[in-house]
Design a protein around this ligand. Structure first.
Ligand SMILES: Cc1cc2nc3c(=O)[nH]c(=O)nc-3n(C[C@H](O)[C@H](O)[C@H](O)COP(=O)(O)OP(=O)(O)OC[C@H]3O[C@@H](n4cnc5c(N)ncnc54)[C@H](O)[C@@H]3O)c2cc1C
Length: 579
């Protein structure tokens, strides 16, 4: 089914929630003026719908294949990626010093939102490259930046992130890939890399001329755990002095995972150094690799949260279309006994309004978070701390909600949703990965109630909740929810045991995320009432009302679970529990 980019709602979110006009007042983001923003949002929406969306189905049905050591994508992917690079979309928010346009992260998010709505699996390719760019921008040496960034920024080369190993998933510190420094010879100063990584997204393919793998590994005698991890650049092809790809490095995709969804994204088992000839360069200092990864992790997590918006929008459009066409039964209570489109039945209305509301709310939260990141880049410390608090909320809530919306999309289709014919099932399958990778949602919630709760002695989170209460005006349910989140945050910070905090972390994260998202949707509704986005005058008050009257009170009901503590979970010992 074709899809149309949600340009108007995106422009509204970028204006109201990210506050793009204010960002453009800074020297750094001066180029982000209204015309430019509109050109980008409209342009990428059209490009994504026209070139990447038509490949979504074949990507799912045929998928990536490993043939004689080469990863192949279905016909059309190579050209669609080349056009994306030619048109300069990869460079929107990348550093200007290395060929990027240096525009706000907010606009980079918009590029990804559109590409991912068109084709979630394909979008992982630029998404991973952007992560590699950020890591090198902050931690690479001047030489490394000069050698790798221009081609990564243009998109001619792509990037990957290699953390996971069979025994090292959430516990990254358990990784065992090794890196030995080379004292002399052609590769003196580099490191010999050896080990196996699993689940590496777009770990190999032919769409880009070179692939720059960022690999976490241990040098000899490194401290155990996460304090002994170093970060390395390991290119697929060594780069010659003139900057072009040279000899092949000793690394390969051993196999591709068979997966529930995102079939067009090759998820590779990668082997480094089968012949002891894999060479990589250290990024930053030895044993400081995880810190370097953390720099880009916040933004990477925002980009995964963005996938909730993407899948929500795509599933919504498809369900709305189907509900208009499918005729079943007369409207209950109507004197007219002719069957009507299912869109006319109250419960189908409920599902579609919920889908639409949640998608808009996720988008509002996404751009609010992105705007805080951009303010942080401009030196606003409070905004930087706020962004850090928002990241686990966005990543966890939006990815869980993406599944809920995609699931409702299947439900709206009835049996046609469960069979593969309509494509509704693909969105549901694709959506399922997002709560798992880039730190599972359990790990996000743990991050919120430990490290993030402690930021600025708790004031980063409490200040956010206080702002919601102050701005909510007559919205009593929202005030109650924000107030309840504040009470629980203080209890967690001052009284609760670590186990009790962790036991309540997931419901607490959802409560906070709903409070912020509802606040941001309310701000949109107020802006529309004041004349912004005339095309949304009818829909926005309805979705904002649904959020405030249906979603917010339900989230407030999670307080009991958030405060419930861990005792019940451990009432049975492990054997009694698991038997
Ligand atoms: C399609 C796909 C693409 C991926 N892409 C990449 C990639 O490009 N690069 C890369 O490095 N990795 C990638 N990954 C790996 C991904 O990041 C991990 O799967 C994820 O971090 C979880 O690790 P795990 O699968 O080992 O699960 P585990 O860590 O074994 O977790 C299993 C369950 O236990 C929970 N759990 C574990 N530890 C704790 C704890 N301390 N407290 C509470 N709960 C806990 C988890 O939340 C989860 O519910 C990808 C994975 C997939 C499936």
């Amino acid at each position: 089914m074709p899809y149309t980019a949600a340009t108007q709602d995106q422009l509204l979110a970028i204006a109201v929630n990210a506050g793009i006009e204010e960002l453009a007042e800074s020297e750094r983001f001066a180029a982000a003026e209204a015309d430019m923003v509109e050109a980008i949002v409209t342009g990428i929406g059209e490009f994504a719908a026209g070139e990447w969306a038509p490949l979504n189905r074949v990507g799912d049905e045929v998928g990536a294949k490993l043939e004689n050591g080469v990863v192949r994508l279905p016909d059309g992917f190579q050209e669609a990626y080349a056009h994306y690079v030619e048109q300069g979309w990869n460079a929107i928010a990348s550093p200007a010093d290395h060929g990027g346009q240096g525009l706000p992260f907010t606009l980079g998010c918009n590029v990804l939102e559109n590409l991912g709505t068109a084709n979630m699996a394909f979008n992982l390719l630029p998404m991973l490259s952007i992560g590699a760019i950020e890591a090198l921008e902050h931690h690479g040496s001047a030489d490394q930046q000069a050698m790798y960034l221009p081609k990564l920024v243009s998109g001619e080369w792509s990037g990957t992130m290699n953390l996971t190993e069979p025994q090292a998933g959430s516990d990254v510190g358990a990784l065992t890939t090794t890196a030995h420094k080379i004292a002399e010879g052609e590769h003196a100063g580099k490191y010999r890399i050896k080990g196996q990584k699993i689940y590496i997204t777009w770990g190999d393919h032919e769409l880009a001329e070179n692939i720059i793998h960022l690999v976490l590994a241990r040098v000899p005698e490194a401290p155990a755990g996460s304090r002994g991890i170093s970060l390395f650049i390991v290119p697929k092809y060594h780069v010659k002095d003139d900057g072009t790809p040279g000899a092949r490095n000793d690394l390969r995709a051993v196999s591709l995972e068979e997966k529930l969804g995102i079939h067009a994204s090759p998820t590779c088992v990668m082997s480094y150094g089968d012949s002891d000839e894999c060479f990589g360069e250290l990024v930053g200092e030895e044993n400081r690799g995880l810190a370097a990864m953390f720099t880009m992790m916040n933004n990477a997590r925002i980009n995964v949260g963005n996938q909730g918006v993407q899948i929500g929008e795509r599933a919504l459009q498809q369900a709305m279309d189907y509900a208009r066409e499918r005729i079943q039964s007369a409207r209950a209570g109507s004197p007219d006994k002719n069957p009507v489109a299912i869109l006319e039945h109250p419960d189908v209305r409920r599902m579609l309004l919920r889908m639409r509301t949640l998608t808009e709310a996720m988008r509002a939260l996404l751009y609010y978070t992105a705007g805080q990141v951009d303010r942080g880049t401009l030196g606003d410390r409070a905004a930087k701390a706020r962004a850090e608090v928002l990241v686990p909320m966005l990543k966890a809530w939006a990815t869980d909600t993406g599944i809920e919306v995609a699931s409702l999309g299947v439900q709206v289709h009835g049996g046609m949703g469960f069979v593969e014919e309509t494509g509704a099932a693909q969105h549901y399958r694709d959506a399922r990965i997002a709560p798992i990778y880039e730190g599972t949602n359990g790990i996000q919630a743990a991050d919120l109630v430990t490290r993030k709760l402690g930021l600025e002695n708790g004031e980063a989170l409490l200040g956010l909740l206080a702002d919601i209460e102050k701005d909510a005006a007559e919205e009593v349910a929202l005030i109650r929810l924000a107030n309840s989140c504040g009470d629980i945050a203080r209890w967690m910070r001052d009284e609760a045991s670590l186990d009790d905090r962790l036991a309540g972390s997931v419901p607490f994260t959802e409560m906070c995320a709903v409070a912020v998202a509802a606040w941001q949707l309310l701000r949109q509704a107020r802006a529309v009432a004041n004349g912004a986005a005339p095309a949304l005058t009818q829909i926005k008050p309805v979705t904002a009302r649904y959020m405030l009257d249906h979603v917010v009170p339900a989230a407030a009901g999670l307080a009991a679970a958030a405060r419930g503590g861990a005792n019940l979970f451990y009432q049975l010992d492990t054997d009694a529990f698991a038997d």
